[in-house]
Write a protein that binds this ligand. Structure first.
Ligand code: HEM
Length: 126
């Protein structure tokens, strides 16, 4: 089984790949309606998840905990709800999914806050 840093970084790279082609598509059709959804896919999906992945790479003690797995589940589910939720919302649909996604995403950041204060950053020295 791969470590949690790989899952965070793998998800981040998937997000930015989709996000970039989405940006190109918006540019081609000259319709930027989905810009807020595209921006959140890139900023929460790529930048934030990627930073989590880098953190767990340099802090292996934190990566081995159950909390790290819960963190990944919440963060991934957050992006999966937030981005379609924003797309629905800017298309005139319900805001419900965006609200769920934003709460999951904020929850994942609270877990990260606890993780950073518990484990610090970097390898523990003997
Ligand atoms: C191939 C790469 C990309 C393309 C072609 C692209 C294209 C676009 C386009 C066409 C817009 C709409 C601009 C407007 O309405 O004024 C946009 C907005 C935006 N993009 Fe991208 N983008 C790319 C990558 C990224 C990345 C990597 C990030 C962040 C890490 C990002 C963040 C944003 C943000 C913050 C906005 C503004 C959203 C808003 O005003 O609501 N984009 N992009």
């Amino acid at each position: 089984m791969r470590n949690i840093a790989f899952y965070f970084f793998g998800a981040a790279v998937l997000c930015v790949t989709v996000g970039m082609f989405w940006g190109i598509q918006m540019g081609i059709v000259h319709d930027h309606t989905m810009a807020p959804a595209h921006a959140h896919l890139n900023l929460v999906g790529w930048t934030t998840m990627g930073l989590f992945g880098l953190y767990y790479t340099v802090t292996p003690g934190a990566a081995e905990t159950m909390l790290a797995k819960v963190h990944f589940a919440l963060a991934a589910l957050g992006v999966l709800c937030l981005v379609p939720g924003i797309a629905m919302s800017v298309s005139g649909g319900s805001e419900g999914l965006a609200i769920v996604g934003s709460l999951l995403t904020a929850g994942s950041m609270l877990i990260f806050l606890v993780t950073v204060f518990r484990n610090g950053i970097g390898r523990k020295t003997a």
